[in-house]
Design a protein around this ligand. Structure first.
Ligand SMILES: NC(=O)c1ccc[n+]([C@@H]2O[C@H](COP(=O)([O-])OP(=O)(O)OC[C@H]3O[C@@H](n4cnc5c(N)ncnc54)[C@H](O)[C@@H]3O)[C@@H](O)[C@H]2O)c1
Length: 250
């Protein structure tokens, strides 16, 4: 799909050293947008930004732990200094704490530190990043904030901090939509089922018999951000191969 409106705009994303956020910014750069990659992994985010620059894109990599507001503000300052505006924010940093923090024995055995990681990275970081960019978007009278949810936030997964946080991303999107509408700001939660950013996701059942390619989710996000998606705000998009409606089948 052609999106000439992205040319000269600026997109920023969290957790952008890998996965769907990286692919989103790679595609935005291909469409002519300036892109700001942020991630807690400083080396990986700089390498990813350099790869985009090598292909002719305007990209900056900034180390940001979304739990640290001063680091978030620093990346927003760099984006404004270099590109003068921020049009699209994708809050993507996150993951199931039981997996990331290598917890065994399920939620009953999860440490408080693991649970804190889950809520802080999956939800609090998105609220903090929104706080840091929203004023710029209001000033421009333009902006779109995409919050990455999950099927678990709708159907209820057993990693409870993840489930609660991803459900919170739906509420965050609705709140931004209400608060931002009169300032030209839209916000949408995108809730995937299994996505092949990790091979293990291939094992999760869906009605369509497969997991999503990351590109399928990113294509939806690009559409929502584009002028074609201009009437979309305050909602949650499931993109899960029908897994969330499959109670009768599985
Ligand atoms: N992959 C899936 O199957 C799937 C399904 C549903 C929802 N999601 C959600 O989509 C989003 C993206 O998933 P993905 O698989 O593309 O990502 P990923 O796992 O490939 O990347 C996550 C990134 O977040 C970064 N990160 C971790 N802690 C951070 C912190 N404190 N601050 C900043 N960055 C941090 C990591 O370094 C990593 O680069 C996540 O929020 C995830 O929960 C993914």
């Amino acid at each position: 799909m052609d999106y000439p409106e992205f040319k000269g705009k600026t997109a920023i994303a969290t957790g952008a050293a890998s996965g769907m956020a990286l692919l989103f910014l790679q595609k935005m750069a291909e469409h002519g947008a300036n892109v700001v990659l942020t991630d807690v992994n400083a080396e990986a985010v700089e390498a990813a930004a350099e790869a985009i620059r090598q292909k002719g894109g305007n990209a900056v990599g900034v180390k940001v732990d979304v739990r640290k507001y001063d680091e978030i503000e620093n990346s927003v300052r760099i984006a404004m200094e270099k590109f003068g505006r921020i049009d699209y924010l994708m809050n993507s940093a996150g993951g199931c704490s039981l997996r990331v923090c290598k917890q065994t024995g399920g939620f009953l055995n999860a440490t408080p530190e693991s649970i804190e990681w889950g809520v802080d990275v999956n939800l609090k970081g998105a609220v903090l990043f929104t706080r840091a960019v929203l004023g710029k978007m209001f000033d421009q009278k333009y902006g779109v904030i995409i919050n990455m949810g999950s099927i678990d936030g709708v159907s209820g997964g057993a990693c409870l901090d993840y489930t609660a946080s991803k459900c919170g991303m739906i509420g965050l999107s609705k709140g931004i939509a209400n608060y931002g509408a009169e300032h030209g700001v839209r916000s949408v939660c995108v809730s995937p089922g299994p996505v092949l950013t990790r091979a293990s996701m291939a094992g999760m059942r869906t009605l369509l018999g497969r997991a999503a390619e990351p590109e399928e989710v990113v294509n939806l996000i690009l559409y929502i951000c584009s002028d074609k998606g201009a009437f979309i705000t305050g909602c949650n998009y499931m993109i899960d191969g029908g897994r969330s409606c499959a109670a009768a089948r599985f």
